[in-house]
Design a binder for this molecule. Sequence first.
Ligand code: SAM
Length: 99
Amino acid sequence: MGPASDHLTRPSEKLYGRICRAIRNVEFRLGDLEALPLENGTVDVAISNGVFNLCPDKPKVLGEVFRVLRVGGRLCMADMILEDHVTPEKVQLMGSWSG
Ligand SMILES: C[S@@+](CC[C@H](N)C(=O)[O-])C[C@H]1O[C@@H](n2cnc3c(N)ncnc32)[C@H](O)[C@@H]1O
């Protein structure tokens, strides 16, 4: 995400400091999922929760994820998908959005 949304995506300095002290094998970087600021084949695990569905160019995003994952790396994704059999009426019912 761009600088305009930094306050939404970047943890507070205090929280960031606490996270870095507690978890030493994780590095945080701010970036756009369609152009990840990471070298090819350098990521062990890619985790996405509720982001993929917001990206209009899904093939590009998946391409980026697989570009940065090392051989044998893992992708763990939780997201919403719309299956073909779901009717427009069901889509209107938020209670039926997860299963
Ligand atoms: C529903 S929130 C989920 C946030 C977090 N993963 C969680 O589980 O609480 C969606 C997040 O995706 C981010 N986002 C949307 N499009 C993005 C993109 N192209 N690149 C990076 N982040 C994006 C938004 O800034 C927002 O923080």
